[in-house]
Design a protein around this ligand. Structure first.
Ligand SMILES: CC(C)(COP(=O)(O)OP(=O)(O)OC[C@H]1O[C@@H](n2cnc3c(N)ncnc32)[C@H](O)[C@@H]1OP(=O)(O)O)[C@@H](O)C(=O)NCCC(=O)NCCS
Length: 295
C-alpha cells in the first residue's frame, strides 16, 4: 500500500539529509531545485510515475528501470531520482519496520544515497543522481548494509551456476561500498552477520550462498598486489565461476572515478593505481569476475 508521491516536509529535511549522509553541496542544490506540481507540472507527473513504479515493487530485487523523462542538465533534471528516493523514504522505512530491521541497519543502508550523490559529482563533474538502477535496491528494501559490506537478496542467475547451486535458488549478493579499507576483520564481521540477519528478517528465502561479481575478484590483481593486501585476501574467500566480463571500465570507474580517461592522465600514487595502468599499457585487460562462498 502506498500513500502516493509525497516529498518529506521541509522541517524534517536537515535530519533526513544527515541520516542519508547527503553533503552540504548536494543539500543546497536539492533544496534550491525542490519541485512543485504548480511550477513543474510535467516533471511532477514523471516523479509521481517513477515513485509509483518503485514502491509497487517494494521488497522486489530484480533489476527495475524507473520511467523517467529524458534527463536534462537543469538541477531538477540532474536530481530527478534524488526526489524519487526522498519520496520513497517513508515507504521503505515502513517496509523496514514491518520486517523488524534494526534502525541502525536501516539508516546505514539508506545512507548509500549520500555516497552515490558524491560519486555522481566525482564522475560527471556536477551534482545529481543520474543512475537509477542501483538505488532502487535500497529504496525497495532489498539491500542491507551489515558492517563493512552490503548484501542484496537475489536469485542465482545462469551465469553463476556451479556444481554447488542451481539457477533460480535464493542467494545473497555481496557488494563493497567505498568506505575505508576492506580489512579481513571487518569482512569476517559482516559475513558473520549476514546469515542470521536474512534468516530472521527474510525467512521465506533461506540461503547460505553468497555471490560477488567485482573487479576485486580478478586473480590478475595478485600479480601486482601483496599477498596480504586486503584486496587479494578478499578475493581468496571466493571460488570463481565462469569467465566474467571485460572489467576495464569497472576498475577505472571504481578506482579512479573516471569514465573513459586517458591512461596518461591517471594518478600513480598507489600500488593498485600503478598496477592498473601498467596492465593496460601492456595491452592486457582486467576482468570483472564472479565468485561464491558459503556463509
Ligand atoms: C575495495 C577497497 C576498499 C580496497 O581498499 P584497501 O582495503 O585499501 O585495499 P588494499 O589494502 O588491498 O590495497 C592494496 C594497494 O592498493 C591501493 N588501493 C586499494 N584501493 C584503492 C583505490 N580505490 N584507489 C587507489 N588505490 C587503492 C592501496 O593504497 C594499496 O597500495 P599501497 O600499498 O601502495 O598504498 C577500495 O579499493 C575501494 O574503496 N574501492 C571502491 C569500491 C569498490 O571498488 N567496490 C567494488 C565494486 S564492484
Amino acid at each position: 500500500m502506498t500513500r502516493g508521491f509525497r516529498l518529506p516536509d521541509r522541517t524534517y529535511l536537515p535530519a533526513i539529509f544527515e541520516r542519508l549522509a547527503i553533503d552540504e553541496q548536494d543539500q543546497h542544490e536539492i533544496v534550491a531545485a525542490w519541485p512543485s506540481p504548480d511550477a513543474d507540472p510535467t516533471t511532477w507527473r514523471s516523479l509521481v510515475r517513477a515513485h509509483a513504479t518503485l514502491v509497487a515493487d517494494m521488497g522486489g530485487f530484480e533489476p527495475l528501470e524507473l520511467p523517467a523523462p529524458a534527463m536534462d542538465s537543469t538541477p531538477l533534471g540532474r536530481y530527478f531520482f534524488a526526489y524519487v528516493y526522498l519520496a520513497a523514504l517513508a515507504d521503505v522505512r515502513r517496509f523496514h519496520a514491518r520486517r523488524g530491521i534494526p534502525d541502525e541497519v536501516s539508516w546505514a543502508t539508506l545512507s548509500d544515497l549520500g555516497r552515490n550523490l558524491k560519486r555522481d559529482r566525482l564522475l560527471l563533474g556536477d551534482g545529481g543522481l543520474r543512475t537509477s538502477g542501483w538505488l532502487t535496491l535500497h529504496f525497495r528494501g532489498s539491500i542491507y548494509q551489515l558492517g563493512r559490506l552490503q548484501f542484496t537478496r537475489m536469485n542465482v542467475r545462469a551465469a553463476h551456476v556451479a556444481d554447488a547451486f542451481r539457477e533460480g535458488e535464493p542467494a545473497l549478493g555481496i557488494h563493497i561500498p567505498e568506505s575505508g579499507p576492506l580489512t579481513p576483520e571487518a569482512c569476517d564481521d559482516s559475513l558473520a552477520q549476514a546469515r542470521p540477519f536474512f534468516a530472521r528478517h527474510f525467512p521465506e528465502t533461506p540461503t547460505r550462498l553468497a555471490i560477488c561479481t567485482s573487479w576485486l575478484l580478478d586473480p590478475q590483481l595478485a600479480e601486482y598486489l601483496a599477498p596480504d593486501s586486503n584486496v587479494v585476501r578478499f578475493g581468496r574467500r571466493f571460488r570463481l565461476v565462469g569467465e566474467g566480463y571485460d572489467g576495464d571500465a569497472d576498475i577505472l570507474r571504481f578506482v579512479f572515478h573516471r569514465i573513459t580517461p586517458r591512461i596518461d592522465d591517471l594518478p600513480q600514487r598507489t600500488t593498485l593505481e600503478r598496477a592498473i595502468v601498467a596492465h593496460l599499457r601492456a595491452g592486457k585487460h582486467w576482468r570483472s569476475r564472479t565468485g561464491w562462498l558459503v556463509l
